[in-house]
Design a protein around this ligand. Sequence first.
Ligand code: NAG
Ligand code: NAG
Length: 361
Amino acid sequence: METKQKSPHNETMKWLEASLLEALFIAVLLTAPVDAESVDRLDDHICPGSAYVASNNTNVWTFFKDRSGPLTPEMRYINNVWGYAYWHPFQVGQTLYFRGKMQPGTHLFEFNILAGAAVDTEGVGQTLLCMQFGYRPDWTGFIKLSSKKNGQWSNTVQIDKSPLLPRQFFDLSIYAMEDRFEIRLNKKFLVEYTYQIGLDYFLYQNARKVDLDKVFIGGQIFQMPYSAAFPDGRFNFLDSIMLQAVAEKDFSINIINARNDVALKFSVNFAEKCVIRNAKVAGQWGEREKNGTFPFTAGDEFELQIFNTPLFFTYFVNGKHLGTFIHRAKSAELYPIEYYSTLEITGRVSLRHLSICKAKV
Ligand SMILES: *[C@@H]1O[C@H](CO)[C@@H](O)[C@H](O)[C@H]1NC(C)=O
Ligand SMILES: *[C@@H]1O[C@H](CO)[C@@H](O)[C@H](O)[C@H]1NC(C)=O
């Protein structure tokens, strides 16, 4: 059998071609204006696939069949900057979420919300918020927030002691209020930042010198108590309710079926420091279950995910498994199938983002 010999000349040519192409590619990016077509729309949820998302300040879900980017964000080269860049409108009531870790070999990483351009190039765009996480030579951290309006940096706020240790995973959430952002680090309140530039521009979000694990934006102004019909009247097996919210005091999440029974009442009780679970079957409340840990802190943000399965509901808080609740309706007629009518959230909780992740379309 004849095998084709690799010629060193060919190899060199290939390498040259590749690096020339790369140089050309960067040159094109450098000169071309960066616009919405060159960066992805930031995803509206963190579901792995399709999702129904509470949006538009109503209790009507918006369905997203496909994600616009992968679940784990990918870096790209834009205007000579290796980082992440997206566009997405940002409205009052919405939150921008980042989870990540500082890159090795650096002392500073940053996040930006820009108007008009995806990255900060001379003379282009305005910066609504530039948020920098820096470390001094002794590795004590600081955080700096600033805006750039008409080319001038302004409204700098410096936090001298950063609660974030270097090389630690962190969760950052930036919640848009009428006149300011409320910023949380690792779910805890960090700082408020008054807008120098409003939200009503074409907005971009970018990050650099950081490895991102998750990024998304969304949510709405939620009317409380919140109540929404399950899409198609179903909460299918392996689908999940994904909620981000700030706990203020006691609150409940209720999964209600078409007979007006409650398949799960999940009540967070701060006085007793427990999560009370119960169900109402054929009009009768059953026995309360309240064992297990209590992962909520008043004033902190949390992420709660509740899955439906053929035998039980199972729930996770901040990514940690909290418990399961075995379906109570067991007679043939009442056997828990996937038909549920309403998702209800009542009590003292500030909802930030709510979606239903679909296991399959
Ligand atoms: C709701 O918002 C989404 C984007 O989040 C948009 O695609 C959709 O068209 C909006 N729906 C309505 C009814 O305005
Ligand atoms: C609560 O107690 C039941 C019965 O002992 C047990 O099966 C279940 O795992 C416990 N739940 C939690 C969250 O500890």
